[in-house]
Design a protein around this ligand. Sequence first.
Ligand SMILES: C[S@@+](CC[C@H](N)C(=O)[O-])C[C@H]1O[C@@H](n2cnc3c(N)ncnc32)[C@H](O)[C@@H]1O
Length: 279
Amino acid sequence: MLVPHFQMLIPEQPEVESSDFEHAARLLKHRAGIALGRHKREMTARVLTVRAGKLGLTCISEYLAFLESNLSSPEWNAFVNAFTINHTAFFREPHHFEVLSEYARTRRKPLNVWCAAASTGEEPYSIVMALLESLPRAETDVSVWATDIDTQAIGRAVRGIYSLERLKPIPELYLKKYFYRGRGSKIGLARVKPVLHDMIRFGQFNLVSKAWPEENKFDVVFCRNTMIYFDKRTQVNILEHFAAVMKKGGVLFAGHSENFTYLTKSFQLRGQTVYTVVR
Ligand SMILES: C[S@@+](CC[C@H](N)C(=O)[O-])C[C@H]1O[C@@H](n2cnc3c(N)ncnc32)[C@H](O)[C@@H]1O
């Protein structure tokens, strides 16, 4: 027997008008620098329909108009958070942590490190483990500022709780030293010990904002696997800001597919995806 009204069995997919999609892409680019690809249309429709519903608005265009007329609304965080890609891992691109340890030993202390796209925390905690292992007085000689535009990701970084699966790249010795293993209802999870947590100051920072930290402040900047989301002009702008806030001889760590050599003269390649600021 034919199924009557079979169309009603197909779940309704929210759609986004081209003009709304372009509007959302413009707002995201302007606020966060992130380029929204057209392959994200469906996802954009889904996410923005839910966000509009939460605010009691009836459609995506009303939602976008709300954002535009409420520039300091916390809804902007939810909007940006929905489009960030937070993929990260402990000791991702492990050679960087060897270079960092070596460099840190030779630098005058205190050593100021900025992890500028810290996502859910795996990167700054890896930085701190590497420094605790290579410097005799890292706890007092090092300060790490870990930031991201994504408030949800930073919230998870602050909590510092990870599944054991995510901890696999960490050497067993470090696991014992720097993590508490969960018991009972927390089995399968681990939490960073205060010795790691307390060396990091977490916060939100938008790399396309105008209010940058003071000049000449950082010895080391990590900004890995993030510039790929920005267009060339935005990348150049951010690199010039990094150059200004770094101390003479400071080093910048980039992601495995990022090459800054053709973008700026303010940095010189010193090794695989590691740059020295030029003064
Ligand atoms: C793919 S993750 C990279 C995480 C880590 N750096 C790594 O390499 O493992 C990219 C991060 O960049 C952040 N991001 C995107 N746009 C940003 C912006 N305008 N300012 C600061 N962070 C941004 C995202 O929220 C995301 O957590």
